[in-house]
Design a protein. Sequence first.
Length: 113
Amino acid sequence: MKKITLMLMVLVLSLMVASTALANANEAAPKQATMKIEKVYYMKGSGYYVAHTTKDKDGHFWVLQVTDISIPKEDKAFSQVLRKQYNGKQVVVTYVEPFDEDEEVEIWDVKIK
């Protein structure tokens, strides 16, 4: 259930326009995290394929949505293609941490090296 919530949070935040965040003078400076994609898998509860990164020194990791369209059942051949395409790649996530702990992390950009 936590994975679904985190994945949905990443989806919603990634769709937000960065310019609206820049308009807010109280925003913190953006940070970047560079990690390696550890695995790519189909998330049954949501119907999306996601990429799971390795943990950083603090034990934090990212679960990033790979596909834009959900499907009701995993396609094994498509899963293999996504694994070959993304496993082991470096990903750079640009984000802003909230001032208030009750708020969510805002993802500004995700780039694969």
